[in-house]
Ligand binder design. Structure first.
Ligand SMILES: Nc1nc(=O)c2c([nH]1)NC[C@@H]1CN(c3ccc(C(=O)N[C@@H](CCC(=O)O)C(=O)O)cc3)CN21
Ligand SMILES: CC(C)C(=O)C(=O)O
Ligand SMILES: [Mg+2]
Length: 263
């Protein structure tokens, strides 16, 4: 059966972990769905792993629409989540709605946007109009130039309290899911227990309700620098199918991420 926001909510309440991977084309979408991946993220990380750019900032809405259409054709039962790219939603809620419509018409079933409490109004506007939203907090790569690099967020009591408050505000606004990137494991666990909707972590420890990795990182094909939270699943696998299946199994068993992948 096709995964929906209801399925994901049920998985959280039952304590079964959600396995997500990034995906950019139909063939990998089909493979990942067959290997039991619950959600496919058409990430704006495609700017780095597909287009070879140094950040996610050059990615356009049309780029995202194209890859979302490709992934949706192969996704099967996996839920398709698409990133709103830099500049396509920050101006105002009307701009965010128009961009989200383009992604939903291309086959997305949920959209993701980066930012804390300041995005609450936009999220409420989208959700009221039928668009499920995943909020992305912690390290928000579209803000790399103001953050000063791809660094751990939520360190220190003030920043941790701010992140927890952002999580509450965004879920009160109607977000269906919360993604946390590069935050201390203990804080991500606290946030996950404090909000009713499922959380997904990347570099956020084992206590979130699910995990995501960039497929080029876990298959060891990305030529760039690897973050601490990346695990090479090809190291113990003969095929890509085996690597993806092992990822799903280790996320479900909560054996990935291990302490060496955490902050
Ligand atoms: N291939 C790829 N994988 C990703 O996980 C990813 C992207 N691209 N593009 C968008 C963002 C950028 N991300 C990044 C990029 C670099 C680091 C990194 O270099 N981390 C180091 C330094 C940490 C620090 O300075 O505190 C690490 O050891 O984790 C982390 C996340 C995560 N996202
Ligand atoms: C790294 C994940 C969370 C993402 O936003 C992306 O792939 O763009
Ligand atoms: Mg992204």
């Amino acid at each position: 059966m096709k995964h929906t926001v209801t399925t994901l909510q049920k998985m959280k309440s039952e304590g079964s972990k959600i396995a997500m991977l990034t995906c950019y084309d139909a063939s990998f979408a089909s493979l990942m769905n067959q290997c039991g991946v619950d959600m496919l993220l058409v990430g704006d990380s495609l700017g780095m792993v597909v287009q070879g750019a140094g950040s996610t900032l050059p990615v356009t809405l049309q780029d995202m629409v194209y890859h979302t259409r490709c992934v949706a054709r192969g996704a099967g039962d996996a839920l398709v989540l698409a990133d709103l790219p830099f500049g396509s939603y920050q101006q105002d809620k009307e701009q965010a709605f128009a961009s989200s419509v383009a992604l939903m018409q291309a086959g997305a079933e949920m959209v993701k946007l980066e930012g804390g409490a300041f995005m609450a109004e936009t999220i409420a506007f989208l959700v009221a109009r039928g668009i499920p939203v995943c909020a992305h907090i912690g390290l928000t790569p579209q803000s790399v130039n103001t953050l000063g690099g791809y660094k751990v967020q939520g360190k220190g009591d003030m920043q941790a309290a701010q992140l927890l408050q952002d999580a509450r505000t965004l879920t009160e606004a109607g977000a269906h899911m919360l993604l946390m990137e590069m935050v201390p494991a203990a804080l991500a666990g606290e946030v996950s227990r404090s909000i009713a909707v499922p959380t997904i972590g990347i570099g956020a420890g084992p206590e979130t309700d699910g995990q995501v990795l960039v497929m080029h990182d876990m298959l060891d094909v990305y030529p760039g620098k690897k973050a601490r939270f990346v695990k090479n699943f090809m190291a113990d696998a003969g095929t890509i199918q085996q690597a993806v299946s092992n990822y799903v199994q280790q996320v479900k068993a909560a054996t990935f991420p291990a302490p060496e992948h955490c902050y």
